[in-house]
Design a protein around this ligand. Sequence first.
Ligand SMILES: Nc1ncnc2c1ncn2[C@@H]1O[C@H](COP(=O)(O)OP(=O)(O)OP(=O)(O)O)[C@@H](O)[C@H]1O
Length: 409
Amino acid sequence: MPLIVVYNPVSGDRTAAKLTTDTILPLLAAHNVIPDKVAATEHAGHAGTLLLSYIDSLAVSVRAEITLVLVSGDGTLHEIVNALRSARSKQEGPFPILRVVLIPGGTANALHSTLFPPPTSPTAEPTVLASLHSFLSGTTQRLVPLTFAHTSIPTSPPVLPGSSENPDGAPVPTTSSDVVSIVVTSTALHAAILHDSEALRASVPGIERYKMAARQNETTWYRARARLLGPVQRYDVTTGALVTVVTAEEEEPLELSGPFAYFLSTVNVDRLEPLLRIAPLQRALPPPPGAKTMDVLAVRPLRDPSLEGKAGEGERKRFKERLWGVLGGAYQDGAHIKARYDSQDGKTEGLPVVEYFRVRGWEWIPEEDDEKAHLLCADGTIFHAPKGGKITSTVLARTTHELDISVYA
Ligand SMILES: Nc1ncnc2c1ncn2[C@@H]1O[C@H](COP(=O)(O)OP(=O)(O)OP(=O)(O)O)[C@@H](O)[C@H]1O
């Protein structure tokens, strides 16, 4: 079967080239697996074009299924998936199945740490080559298919009927950017952190840059409405179960009014970093195989009864302490999803701080004058919606994207 090795020499701590040469290629050779091609990415966006030109170089008779050994972080895989999706949409007929051997060479390695959670015992084997061992094992191979979250971000501001640009209310064609996430799609704090941390990449190559960017955004709230598209389930902290709140696609979405401190959705992953288990139900209560769902986490500060509905500087500073305290629970195996506000009457339980949903998709409608609420992060790539532009994210059905991409686990 055709096999290509691709590594990103600048991802993470920049050790992908050494790992490939010193460890991965010798291990493949020891199993009589000789790659057709070994290539380093040379610039952003290169991984996708590399893979597509490799596919083009193969005779049609041998390209039904391709193995990619990828040494990188999530961002490089994200680029590959988007390049394949774009190529697929322009091509009729069969398209190669892609099997990925994923070697964590990035900073966060969310997908890899979800498939291979960090060992709890100090004597356990490190997991860096676990996907490769699965591929080489032959008998114990497990392939995990990837789910895609498709997000559409308008590129031009909405033109409302009756406005000076459109006085007679004629339909105005909208333009948008489209992107597929395989890990995370977010707005609010997470998007702001990813946006600001990119500027720190050169000086702070490790995870620390995310913490620095977090501090820059810790008292910001984001004014927007979110509409959760059905079917929608809500996590019930008391029973530990997911409870249906919107039954079908046709029903009215569940609307969440802002402001938001946090709004993030994940597919395929429960972790964003090896120890940051942000969406624990992705593994604790996994969706059935092939389900068209993503998990959404939202934090809306004004649910905190101690703020008494106020959003001043003092309340934001107080809420910052609460938010960090709660989100810190994500590092304790996902304990944040159980945190509650204080009870108002001292008898009943307080509201959950983190609202956790399983949904088909969501819409995010930022308030026009809140610039930071217009940021969107798709697997680390940042987009800016135009003023007041509505962002929509939904899980793509396999029949729509017609791609078959899975990872050895
Ligand atoms: N040779 C290169 N020079 C500069 N940028 C590159 C090069 N090759 C790839 N890239 C870019 O590097 C970016 C980061 O890669 P990747 O996501 O794999 O690593 P990371 O950000 O360190 O890890 P993670 O996404 O797991 O946090 C990608 O968005 C990709 O476009």
